[in-house]
Ligand binder design. Structure first.
Ligand code: AMP
Ligand code: ZN
Length: 469
């Protein structure tokens, strides 16, 4: 299995630290809002990496954090007049719901920064003791970048270039740093912000130290894969390497994987441009399996453009897989013969070629687009080779193969009975209209129909609210 390592800028053979085991850390979202479809890209990609590793027989310890202390969370809490904890708890819950919809499996551990402050204080203390960090007069602790000569090795930046670039960017408050490149490990509290006591001041950790500490606690000092979106290469991951390697004296992660960005209508997705889509919005229109298919139909290191056309195409393509699986299931149930024939055995041997192609694609730096092409070859083969005369064993074997490959990609082949948000909203509107018309029988009928699909309606003063049971 080969993967592209940002550190060496080459595809390298994957060799785990411990045979048969993979220790993998993926930087998770900052939880101050519903996740957007850009955030969904690393979730889907690295969940697929994990699934493929497991398919190959590895035991994967997969850790992905939630950043639950951050300026954006605090700002949102102030706007709403609630605590930062309430904001982060709410959006962790919502994020988990979106993950489930996208069939992204929960991590082995989902640590939260606010639960790991002691570990952060310990690591900062060690860094100070070893001369890699220092506290300024106001209690801010900085990492001393010059003390780590390898700084820049991940992002392939040169320390001197960085230094000259930074000099012109110096901002107020920065003059207490020894060097403009030094970055914050711990910062003093501001009025109304959550804080923890530390040997340096009441305050909170910087963002980068969180991941170094959580990775060490749950995976050990040396890990196999560290991953995230490409915007994290610098400074976040560069700083994580500096902290972890200076503290532990060991190589932090052997392989660094980064997904390219998701754009919308060929423009960078951002709030200011108003072209920002949440996963929740997409779920009102599509089964989130469609979003997953859309992401996997491109290479993770290529920029990907989100568009309505591509989503429609993904929906139709996914439907072809689901339909083929349903047909195989039907043929298996309705078959007159159970036993596989000699001719069918030969056909099954032929079908092995699709799995081989699938694996070759995945072994080549997780080329999920080519892996999907192999799945479609299998679909075509199944559609033509299974007939009314086929044995149950033959249809069953092809169905099993299709299910196995789709499961590696996290795509569900079973037709979804579940109802989409938009259909629910439409039915609720119809029910309101029926009530207005005093057609209570129809209104009750709609309520029951929704209940049958696991949707509970609540009539409140602000209107009708609904939730999934
Ligand atoms: P954040 O909440 O901004 O820390 O992001 C969480 C994860 O989503 C990180 O791995 C980011 O690199 C990734 N990410 C954010 N925006 C995008 C995007 N538009 N396309 C792909 N990945 C993204
Ligand atoms: Zn991180």
């Amino acid at each position: 299995m080969k993967l592209f390592n940002t550190l060496t800028r080459r595809k390298e053979e994957f060799v785990p630290i411990e045979e048969g085991k993979v220790r993998m850390y993926v930087c998770g979202p900052t939880v101050y809002n519903l996740i957007h479809i850009g955030n969904a890209r690393p979730m889907i990609i690295f969940d697929t990496v994990r699934r493929y590793m497991e398919y190959k027989g590895y035991e994967v310890n997969y850790v992905s954090n939630f950043t639950d202390v951050d300026d954006k969370i605090i700002k949102k809490a102030i706007e709403e007049g609630v605590s930062a904890e309430e904001i982060s708890t709410r959006y962790i819950r919502e994020c988990k719901q979106d993950m489930e919809g996208m069939n992204v499996r929960p991590a082995t551990t989902h640590p939260q920064a606010t639960q790991e402050i002691d570990g952060m204080i310990d690591m900062i203390r060690t860094l100070i003791e070893k001369g890699h960090a220092y506290a300024a007069a106001d209690g801010t602790v900085y990492f001393r970048v010059k003390s780590f000569p390898e700084y820049g090795k991940l992002s392939h930046k040169n320390l001197d270039d960085l230094q000259s670039g930074f000099r012109s960017l110096q901002v107020s408050g920065e003059d207490q740093k020894e060097d403009p490149l030094d970055f914050v490990l711990w910062k003093p509290k501001k009025e109304g912000e959550p804080y923890w006591t530390s040997p340096w001041c009441d305050g909170r950790p910087g963002w980068h130290i969180e991941c170094s500490v959580m990775s060490k606690k749950y995976l050990g000092e040396e890990i196999d894969i560290h991953a995230g979106g490409e915007d994290l290469v610098f400074p976040h991951h560069e700083n994580e390497i500096a902290q972890s390697e200076s503290c532990n004296g060991k190589i932090f992660a052997r392989y660094w994987m980064h997904n390219a960005f998701l754009n919308i209508d060929n423009k960078k997705m951002s709030k200011s441009l108003g072209n920002f889509r949440t996963v929740r919005e997409i779920s009102a229109q599509y089964d989130l399996q469609v979003l997953r298919f859309f992401m996997l139909n491109a290479h993770y290191r290529s920029p990907l453009n989100f568009s309505a056309d591509l989503m429609e195409a993904s929906k139709n393509a996914l439907e072809r897989i689901v339909e083929a699986a349903a047909r195989l299931e039907d043929r298996k149930k309705a078959a007159a013969v159970q036993e596989i024939s000699k001719a069918e055995e030969e056909l099954l041997k032929e079908a092995d070629a699709f799995r081989v192609k699938f694996e070759e694609a995945m072994d080549d730096d997780f080329n999920t687009a080519d892996a999907l092409a192999a799945v479609f070859e299998l679909v075509k083969f199944a559609n033509t080779s299974v007939t009314e005369e086929s044995s149950a064993s033959f249809s069953g074997a092809l169905l099993k193969e299709l299910n196995t490959l789709c499961d590696v990609l996290g795509l569900k082949t079973a037709r979804k009975a579940e109802i989409l948000d938009k259909e629910i909203e439409d039915l609720i509107a119809e029910r309101q209209q029926a009530r207005k018309n005093r057609d209570f029988a129809r209104a009750d009928e709609i309520r029951d129909e929704l209940l049958e699909k696991g949707i509970i309606l609540k009539d409140t003063r602000e209107g009708v609210k609904w939730q999934r049971a």
